[in-house]
Design a protein around this ligand. Structure first.
Ligand SMILES: CC(C)(COP(=O)(O)OP(=O)(O)OC[C@H]1O[C@@H](n2cnc3c(N)ncnc32)[C@H](O)[C@@H]1OP(=O)(O)O)[C@@H](O)C(=O)NCCC(=O)NCCS
Length: 218
């Protein structure tokens, strides 16, 4: 389902649980050698998805190591993003000729634990979430906001190499169009000769999962 929220030029692969055929290169296995089984499983399956997507893109599907602040290290000439949550793993990749940076995030479609919304949402975002929970029921808007912020960060970081606090982006959802806009309060991101004050994203909530994506077109 992730292909529905990214541009057509983006290659995607997803899995609704861990895959027995998912294997790691030795240098990838070293990255999770001390991790619990659940982490090793999601790591291997998401990298398996990434290699499927890279192959479809016509890019080398080798080891994907981890770089600065946990970001995945893609082959030269590829941008991409990885996500995993209970019951879902996905990877997306594209060519910089089409997409400058991309971030995706999946979360279980459940309300956030008590107190988390207040920690990750600005006061006007909290008001908007509460209004949406009443006017458009059936969608965990608080969790969707959280996921969208993580997608914003995953697209932001490769461009800026800077952390982004949760209060440094103000998100506005279009509940009908399945889109959102992130206003970058930490200052703009540079993408080539462009200065970006906002990122545009898309979302969906289906099969017990909320999914968000921010793809910055080239
Ligand atoms: C990094 C972070 C976004 C990951 O999100 P998550 O919901 O915990 O986990 P997900 O499974 O969806 O994503 C994990 C994947 O994100 C990718 N990732 C991690 N750090 C990253 C970074 N700095 N930049 C881009 N991608 C990153 C990795 O591929 C990772 O999977 P892997 O370790 O198996 O390779 C989150 O842990 C975090 O640090 N958030 C704080 C920053 C933030 O979100 N700010 C909001 C600004 S509005």
């Amino acid at each position: 389902m992730i292909e529905r929220i990214v541009p057509a030029e983006v290659e995607t692969a997803e899995a609704y649980g861990d895959l027995a055929e998912a294997t790691l290169f030795p240098e990838e296995a070293l990255l999770v050698k001390s991790a619990v089984q659940q982490r090793r499983g999601e790591f291997a399956t998401a990298r398996h998805c990434a290699r499927q997507a890279l192959t479809r893109l016509g890019a080398p599907a080798g080891a994907i190591l981890t770089g600065e602040r946990g970001s995945p290290l893609w082959p030269r000439g590829v941008v991409g993003s990885i996500t995993h949550c209970a019951g879902y793993r996905a990877a997306v990749v594209a060519r910089p000729a089409h997409v400058t940076s991309i971030g995706v995030d999946a979360e279980p479609a459940l309300p956030l634990p008590s107190g988390v919304l207040e920690a990750v949402a600005l006061p006007d975002e909290q008001i908007a979430v509460k209004e949406l929970l009443e006017s458009v029921p059936g969608i965990p808007w608080d969790r969707l906001l959280f996921s969208a912020k993580e997608s914003v960060y995953k697209a932001w970081f490769p461009l800026t190499r800077r952390f982004l606090e949760f209060e440094q982006a103000r998100l506005v959802f279009d509940p009908v169009g399945g889109t959102f806009t992130a206003h970058l309060l930490a200052g703009p991101a540079r993408a080539g000769d462009r200065t970006l004050h906002t990122f545009d994203g898309r979302w969906l909530s289906e099969k017990g999962i909320v999914l968000t994506a921010v793809a910055i077109p080239a």
